[in-house]
Design a protein around this ligand. Structure first.
Ligand SMILES: NC(=O)c1ccc[n+]([C@@H]2O[C@H](COP(=O)([O-])OP(=O)(O)OC[C@H]3O[C@@H](n4cnc5c(N)ncnc54)[C@H](O)[C@@H]3O)[C@@H](O)[C@H]2O)c1
Length: 425
């Protein structure tokens, strides 16, 4: 897979949360990387060694760019020199909650115009089983080249958890499904440059479904504890105490935590790729739908908790109350606000007549909501709602200074109920 001069060249399409760290990993391993994105601002930032992804330190990005190992472009012609091209473009849902393969289709169409003999194309975007074979391959073959004969195709899902340092690209097994055994071999050789272990499965479809299973597993289990949290609220029990107790079992139980709802680009979206595909087989994925329903209801449940806390704790109605949301990214210690339940909560609280502000050290602005992060002055609000528990925030101070706290993350811990002014999910 090297050129005559012995240089290994990789193209990465889509320089986002998945593509940019991957591009850096290949560059640091010694490949010549060309990253492509349709967003020219991102391309300019990469060229300037300026990182916009938290998992990619600007110093390392700048070093890779300045050493000539990592370049960025908006032009698909620049990918012809690459031996392998990895596609990491978004796979969102349409407004009707159906798979939107637009970016994958656009990429494949553009690639078909520049594809050359011997290249390997790997899709990493999360998608339903069959996408690689049924959608990617026919478009790439518009090049006049045959997949599995003239060029290689594989699917390999991205599995990394953003912001996590114990499990990274390097030490998380990379699943690979090749269109042919040779395609799988080529993809294996590619990824072994940057990961310790690779697992080859029989087909791209199997690799696509394995990734969805991982995300569906999380979505269903989070829904289970979210449902339990709602029941506990009625029964006057502390769901956190119950989860802590159950989690002492060393086998047969895996800890999942309740919260204000699912967020991020993956869990609220990916399971529905499978529901959609299943209908083609007259099959209804009921666990997925039920989990989606329970999780989507959580921001509504949380609004009602805030409302009750104001009512009983302060003798205030939601209408006219000043509510500070603490943390608006979808999970702790990241800047990503995609699908964050905090955004839904802002909307619901505003609909209920509340005056909403937020504080988030990772998210300076929410332009679509016309909000900027304010200084953390808990005493200035009728209620502080802890939506995402970033580790840099002093929750003891919040609990001391705020007149009322509603804690959806158990950030205030066991002492949360002290003085009766902290309400927990
Ligand atoms: N973010 C995660 O934690 C994560 C984890 C596992 C899997 N995934 C999956 O990986 C894929 C990418 O996710 P992401 O979070 O990196 O998305 P992202 O939005 O951060 O990045 C995608 C990039 O692709 C670019 N793009 C869009 N259309 C393009 C095209 N036609 N040609 C070239 N570039 C194009 C966008 O401008 C953007 O920069 C998705 O399928 C996602 O479900 C994401």
């Amino acid at each position: 897979m090297n050129d005559p001069a012995g240089r290994h060249r990789v193209g990465i399409v889509g320089l986002g949360y998945v593509g940019l760290p991957l591009a850096l990993a290949f560059a640091e391993q010694g490949s010549d990387v060309i990253g492509l994105d349709v967003d020219s601002r991102r391309v300019e930032m990469v060229r300037g060694g300026d990182s916009y992804v938290e998992d990619v330190p600007a110093t390392r990005l700048a070093e890779a760019v300045h050493s000539g190992r990592l370049a960025a472009t908006t032009n698909y012609d620049d990918l012809t020199a690459a031996e392998a091209i990895v596609v990491c473009v978004p796979t969102p849902l349409t407004e009707n909650r159906q798979p939107d393969l637009g970016p994958v289709v656009d990429t494949a169409t553009s690639l078909s115009r520049v594809l050359r003999q011997g290249q390997l194309v790997v899709l990493e975007s999360t998608t339903y089983p069959g996408t690689t074979r049924e959608r990617l391959v026919p478009l790439l073959e518009e090049s006049g080249l045959a997949a599995g004969r003239d060029f290689h195709v594989a699917y390999s899902p991205e599995r990394v958890d953003p912001g996590r340092s114990d499990f990274t690209l390097r030490n998380t097994v990379k699943i690979i499904g090749g269109l042919t055994p040779t395609c799988a071999e080529q993809a294996k050789a590619l990824y072994e440059r940057v990961v310790d272990d690779v697992m080859v499965v029989s087909t791209p479809d199997a690799a696509e479904l394995a990734k969805l299973l991982e995300n569906i597993f999380r979505s269903v289990n989070i829904a289970l504890v979210n449902e339990l949290a709602q029941l506990c609220e009625r029964m006057g029990l502390d769901v956190w105490e119950i989860v802590d107790a159950a989690a002492t079992k060393p086998f047969g139980f895996m800890r999942f935590e309740p919260g204000p709802g699912l967020g991020g680009h993956c869990l609220p979206v990916d399971p529905f790729y499978l529901s959609w595909k299943a209908r083609q087989y007259d099959f209804y994925t009921e666990f997925i739908e039920l989990a989606g329903k329970v999780n989507a209801n959580m921001p509504y449940f949380c609004r009602s908790l805030i409302s009750q806390a104001l009512n009983h704790g302060r003798e205030l109605s939601l209408k006219g109350s000043k509510v500070l949301l603490l943390g608006v990214s979808y999970k702790a210690d990241v800047q990503d606000t995609r699908e964050s339940p905090a955004l839904k909560l802002i909307e619901l609280l505003r609909n209920g007549g509340a005056e909403v502000a937020y504080h988030d050290p990772h998210v300076p602005e929410l332009p679509k909501h016309g909000l900027s992060s304010v200084a953390l002055e808990p005493a200035e609000y009728d209620c502080v709602a802890i939506v995402t528990a970033h580790s840099s925030v002093d929750y003891d101070r919040v609990a001391q200074e705020a007149p009322l706290v509603v804690d959806f993350r158990n950030a205030t811990g066991k002492d949360g109920h002290v003085n009766g002014k902290v309400w927990k999910l």
